[in-house]
Design a protein around this ligand. Sequence first.
Ligand SMILES: [Zn+2]
Length: 174
Amino acid sequence: MSSRLPDFVDPWRMVDQRRLFSGHVAVTDLPRLAKVVLGAKCDIELQLEFARDREKRACIKGSVKVDLLLECQRCLSPMSFSVISQLNIALVRSAEEAERLPDNYDPLLLDEPRIRLLDIVEEELLLSLPQVPRHEIGECCSDIDQKTEQTTVDLEEPSERINPFAILAELKQK
Ligand SMILES: [Zn+2]
């Protein structure tokens, strides 16, 4: 068990030692992610557990959690986007090995002796992002603008209608 996150690790050794890494990282520590999001409401909470499954497959299980801020592509205002992602990664040494994996595993092809822990986290988050971020219907600023206009019209219409009658009534009284 470790709460401090090392930068690079030897994944095969981590598997043999059944290492568990957990902690928090800032979005700004993940430059590729930081480029495509507006920010985050909190740090990224992560847990990565290196182990072997029942078939002795080397794998990384864990989770990545964060509340991101994305730019809505309809109204260009920030929108929150929560990611709670479960990792189920199998370490493989070749594309053939990756193809033989059961469907529930994501292959991580290792061609170098070391991996950067944060690369795993960053990759997972990038894959979780919507291709075109958009507010939910009714929550988008462009919807809210339309609603505001609607309300203004609703409020003005009755008063416009009442006024002429009121004036008319006043005229009749005279
Ligand atoms: Zn929007």
